[in-house]
Design a protein around this ligand. Structure first.
Ligand code: ADP
Length: 187
């Protein structure tokens, strides 16, 4: 059972690393970005709402995201296998809601993996990725939103003694190894 949050700026490699750990250890991977992009693609009501925020690099309102996570975390695979949260929480309000949800479920977090990457490298990576919301202007706004709303979670989790900081530049395999070490998953 693994119960972990992946934290870090856009383009830090949270998704890449989360998928690797999820597959290797058979843990459900919950990416709010993936959930929202799927909704946009399907053209659901959630998708239409989310798109207006994502296109500008803004955060989707807390209540909406918290509702999605509440529903997902209540499914039976989570109780059996745990979870890797990728892209949630992104605000203090979301972090507090997560604490509340996990205490209701009686499933405390094991660790928060903070993937740290320099700003220059982030912009380079996102421009190369070329997703719909990866234009220079939108990237700049996502970084600003990250600094203002998400970066405070680093201290929030450090104070709870849950934070493991990992430098996210280098070989993908090496970074995966460091994450496994931080989670106490040895070879
Ligand atoms: P990145 O790869 O840049 O970290 P994500 O795929 O995680 O991006 O998210 C893309 C967009 O989806 C965000 O810019 C935001 O608009 C929206 N989003 C994803 N997760 C959340 C969340 N927890 N709260 C609010 N908005 C979110």
């Amino acid at each position: 059972m693994i119960k972990v949050v992946f934290l870090g700026p856009p383009g830090a490699g949270k998704g890449t690393q989360a998928v690797r750990i999820a597959e290797k250890y058979n843990v459900p991977h919950i990416s709010t970005g993936d959930i929202l992009r799927a909704a946009v693609k399907e053209g659901t009501e959630l998708g239409q709402l989310a798109k207006s925020y994502m296109d500008r690099g803004e955060l989707v309102p807390d209540e909406v995201i918290i509702g999605i996570i509440r529903e997902r975390l209540s499914q039976p695979d989570i109780r059996e296998r745990g979870f890797i949260l990728d892209g949630f929480p992104r605000t203090l309000k979301q972090a507090e809601a997560l604490d509340q949800l996990l205490s209701e479920l009686n499933m405390p977090l094991d660790r928060v993996i903070y993937l740290n990457v320099d700003d220059e490298e982030i912009v380079k990576r996102l421009l190369a990725r070329g997703r719909a919301d990866d234009t220079e202007e939108v990237i700049r706004n996502r970084l600003k939103v990250y600094r203002e709303q998400t970066a405070p979670l680093i201290d929030y989790y450090a104070e709870k003694c849950l934070l493991a900081e990992i430098y996210g530049v280098g070989e993908i395999d090496e970074i995966t190894k460091k994450i496994e070490e931080a989670l106490g998953l040895g070879e």
